[in-house]
Design a protein around this ligand. Structure first.
Ligand code: ACM
Length: 503
């Protein structure tokens, strides 16, 4: 085996050595292993190559999958492709990730399908690697979300944050407040069709994610971004508060201003707030959090907290303290956008999601740090590098530009521990959000997400010191994902920074 940079793997493993040549894959290749990852491997190989491997119970199979907790840290694995394949996961997730790596080694050439010979040792840098899908500005149904889980878990993402409510709509059914979905789900931004998840839909997404080692984090955005709540229950929400940015942006885009009690079709922010001093508001928050917690096996409920420009600061802080305490009472760990770090007594252990820039502005750094002071930790979603809804270039037809123009290289070249003055151990990992103001179809979503999500996958997974952890190596490895994405029908943007390969 010789050490090489040429294995087409994203995210880059801890260590990888390429062997000589390829191990052929044919219809007689057999898989041995009792984990769900075995069937997932067989299905993925069939989708890609048309070859259906067989699952056997004999240990002399050409592909062997097993678990051994001593081989690597949590989620890690070892993988050898020689005349046989052996993948050993430290746990089920590790085995699943070993399978994802193997699928990147599966290549077609003149002689047919084969696996590049390799020896890989791997485990993640950060425990938390997330993507977010905003299903509030535009709604995406269960099948789209499943496809999103497939394509992101293949890059070793392990959290899916669903932004389930915003000014434009409420997207999950809540039995105790049924008018939320009855009155506030029918439309999306710009007047496009809306939708919502029934509880069974939501449970189906959660189960599908879990089978791919993805934890779903439901977000109800509070106390701002709540116009849609007021359409269903006017007594919970204040009259809209206009701000200069909202007025000028709405005029520039030809969008209507928000009107109390009427569905909002624009995408201006900062105008809505729930009523902070009404006890009924907290009955509402408690009921919604309880119902979400009941159908969310993962440890987190995200309570929002961003851009509450119309909520007075003292009221905002009071709300942040009460809402995070309600999440704790429901047995979950609160997650909040970094603004909630302004609240002195935010619930201990609350996880902050930092969405400021890589060079923090205003009070963002202090707010972020306060989560750590309260025994919590941080997820880094620096907007000028991780936001998947920013345009790749000035003339890209989709997306916005308020945080930055983010080409693939910009998305790749940043360091999550270098943004805030907190111990490295306080950084749980990274999350790349896709806001959906401009994405009218799921293909639009995919063109913004891919390939840049792969950059955040590598930032979150690969050791900073891996020899391949640099732009020149990344762009060449990334290019080799094109045939995989094409086989899975992922509508990626063929950015011209990347040397895309045919097979
Ligand atoms: C955000 O981008 N408002 C979190």
């Amino acid at each position: 085996m010789v050490f090489t940079h040429s294995l087409p793997l994203v995210p880059a493993p801890v260590s990888a050595a390429a062997g000589e040549g390829r191990m052929p894959i044919t219809a007689t290749t057999r898989v041995h292993g009792s984990s769900p990852a075995s069937a997932q491997l067989i299905d993925a190989v069939a989708r890609r190559s048309g070859i259906r491997l067989s699952l056997v119970t004999t240990a002399d199979a050409e592909i062997e999958l097993r678990i051994d907790p001593t081989v690597a840290a949590a989620e890690g694995y070892t993988l050898t492709v020689d005349d046989r394949v052996v993948i050993v996961g430290a746990d089920e997730a590790g085995l699943f990730y070993g399978v994802q790596t193997l699928l990147q080694l599966l290549r077609e050439d003149e002689s047919g399908w084969g696996l590049l010979r390799a020896e890989v040792r791997d485990a993640p840098r950060f425990p938390r690697r997330g993507v977010m899908l905003d299903v509030a500005r535009h709604f995406f149904g269960v099948d789209d979300v499943k496809k999103f889980i497939d394509s992101t878990s293949a890059l070793k993402f392990n959290h899916l944050h669903l932004h389930l409510s915003d000014d434009q709509g409420w997207r999950v059914h809540i039995d105790s407040w049924p008018l939320l979905t009855e009155r506030s789900s029918a439309t999306s931004a710009g007047g496009d069709p809306g939708g919502f998840y029934s509880k069974d839909d939501y449970r189906e997404i959660v189960a599908y994610a879990a089978a791919r080692h993805v934890i779903v984090i439901p977000e109800i955005d509070l106390p701002g971004h709540t116009h849609a709540i007021g359409v269903a229950y006017p007594e919970l929400v204040e009259a809209p508060v206009m701000n200069d940015g909202l007025i000028s942006e709405s005029a520039r885009l030809g969008q209507p201003l928000p009107v109390a009690g009427e569905t909002y079709l624009g995408w201006g922010v900062g105008h809505s707030s729930v009523r902070i001093h009404e006890e009924r508001t907290y009955d509402f928050v408690r009921d919604v959090v309880r119902e979400l917690a009941e159908m969310t096996p993962g440890p987190y409920i995200h309570i929002g907290g961003d851009e509450s420009l119309g909520t007075p600061q003292a009221d905002f802080d009071l709300f942040a303290e009460r809402a995070t305490a309600i999440v704790v009472e429901a047995g979950k760990t609160p997650v909040a956008w970094h603004e909630m770090g302004s609240a002195a007594n935010i619930a201990e252990g609350t996880v902050g999601q930092y969405w400021g820039k890589t060079v923090p502005e205003g009070t963002h750094a202090e707010e972020g740090k306060h989560f750590v002071e309260r025994g919590g930790a941080l997820i880094m979603s620096a907007a000028n590098v991780t936001y998947l809804d920013m345009k790749y270039s000035e003339d890209f037809p989709l997306g916005l530009t308020w945080a930055a123009i983010i080409d693939v290289r910009t998305a790749y070249e940043w360091e999550p521990t270098a943004v805030l003055d907190v111990p490295d151990s306080a950084i749980l990992g990274v999350e790349a959000p896709l806001w959906s103001e401009t994405t009218r179809t799921f293909g639009d979503v995919e063109r913004l997400v891919f390939p840049r999500a792969a950059a955040q996958a590598e930032v979150g997974w690969s050791p900073k010191s891996a020899p391949e952890r640099n732009w020149e190596s990344f762009r060449s490895r990334l290019g080799a994902l094109a045939p995989l994405w094409k086989a899975e029908g992922v509508d990626f943007h063929p950015a011209d920074e990347i040397p895309w390969s045919e097979r």
